[in-house]
Ligand binder design. Structure first.
Ligand code: DAT
Ligand code: MG
Length: 151
């Protein structure tokens, strides 16, 4: 099953949106594989966002991400990466459709409450970065699986 890394950012945690975000992935049918609340270091965040180093907003992004704890999660299921991004909405909340997380709960690009991996490769890189001790897999009961998937 494809996996994605979803993270509630400090503004999402402070605003009490952790449960709301978990609920959306759970009710869609995705399987929770890992979850941790933690306060990442600057170096850890710079590694996570290394593709954006050099962008004018990079220092502000790191500062905001350091402002409080985040909740990192691994979710697994059909097209988890692509569908996870659809569920998050656009990077800029003002361009995000209602019904998406950013479209329902955010206004500013610099306070967009959640992160989602943008490709299968970056998902695996991010999962290794945020869950260095590894992620155990477990089987969902066959009856639950059959209610979510045709095969
Ligand atoms: P996404 O989080 O949708 O994958 P991204 O990877 O391009 O978007 O950027 C990471 C974060 O950086 C994004 O969630 C918010 C911030 N960001 C991106 N573009 C920005 C901009 N033009 N101004 C301010 N912050 C920006
Ligand atoms: Mg991104």
């Amino acid at each position: 099953m494809e996996r994605t890394y979803i993270m509630v950012k400090p503004d999402g945690v402070q605003r009490g949106l952790v449960g709301e975000i978990i609920k959306r992935f759970e009710s869609r049918g995705y399987q929770l594989m890992a979850l941790e609340l933690l306060h990442p270091t600057k170096e850890h965040l710079e590694e996570h966002y290394k593709d954006l180093a050099g962008k004018p907003f990079f220092p502000g992004l790191i500062q905001y991400m350091l402002s409080g704890p985040v909740v990192g999660m691994v979710w697994a299921g059909k097209d988890a990466v692509k569908t996870g991004r659809v569920m998050l909405g656009e990077t800029n909340p003002m361009a995000s459709a209602p019904g998406t997380i950013r479209g329902d709960f955010a206004l500013d690009v610099g306070r967009n409450i959640c992160h989602g991996s943008d490709s299968v490769e970056s998902a695996e890189r991010e999962i290794a970065l945020w869950f260095p001790r590894g992620v155990n897999s477990y089987e969902r009961s066959i009856s639950v699986h059959g209610l979510i998937y045709e095969n």
